[in-house]
Design a protein around this ligand. Sequence first.
Ligand SMILES: Nc1nc2c(ncn2[C@@H]2O[C@H](COP(=O)(O)OP(=O)(O)OP(=O)(O)O)[C@@H](O)[C@H]2O)c(=O)[nH]1
Length: 229
Amino acid sequence: MSDSEEDSQDKQLKIVVIGDGASGKTSLATRFAQEAFGKQYKQTIGLDFFLKRITLPGNLNVTLQVWDIGGQTIGGKMLDKYVYGAQGVLLVYDITNYQSFKNLEDWYGMVKKANEESDVQPVVSLVGNKIDLEHMRTVKADKHQRFCQENSLISQFVSAKSGDSVFLAFQRVAAEILGVKLNKAEIEQSQVSLAFIRPFISRFPERINPSLSPARLGYCCNLRQHSPF
Ligand SMILES: Nc1nc2c(ncn2[C@@H]2O[C@H](COP(=O)(O)OP(=O)(O)OP(=O)(O)O)[C@@H](O)[C@H]2O)c(=O)[nH]1
């Protein structure tokens, strides 16, 4: 393969999503990769894979392999094999479930152990999910921030249900792995909830290609001011 052919191939990053059962890992992965959300809880047995191609600033195409790891795998024999070699880790908890936050110490400990012999450590993000349920929050934001500071983690709050900041959560990890800086405008654009954009997509499908990622939907996000909603 020539150098230019190699260059034209997307980079692939392995991103694992871990945390307690029912914290919303599958929901985050499906929201990110398929722009969908299901209310029904269906436990992940073992793991699921999702692939999603995104474009980072500088026209850098990258394909994320998202490994959605079932919450019941903690303590199991396969877990460190799933996590081994990940370049990025999303440590997910449910902001309405304090125990799911407490248990992240075990999950994070296992990430460190699985990678202790690797030269490069994964980029890790602490992801507080279900912020649409803010009124039911039991994990104070300052506890979240302290955990991030103590362990040098990226901090992110998201809602798989509304779509709020889900793309951003994955985008920030990918950017950090590849040493790409996201500017404020790019971050704000990625925060736009797909739930907001969707009614417009369904009413004017010919004007918007829904397979485009929010980061590439700058003109769509700007429709906020001009749309009839
Ligand atoms: N309100 C709300 N519910 C959510 C959100 N994310 C997930 N859920 C719900 O929480 C439940 C569990 O979500 P899953 O995505 O299956 O959780 P999981 O972490 O993959 O669970 P395991 O497969 O057991 O590891 C489902 O009923 C989801 O609909 C969210 O952001 N807001």
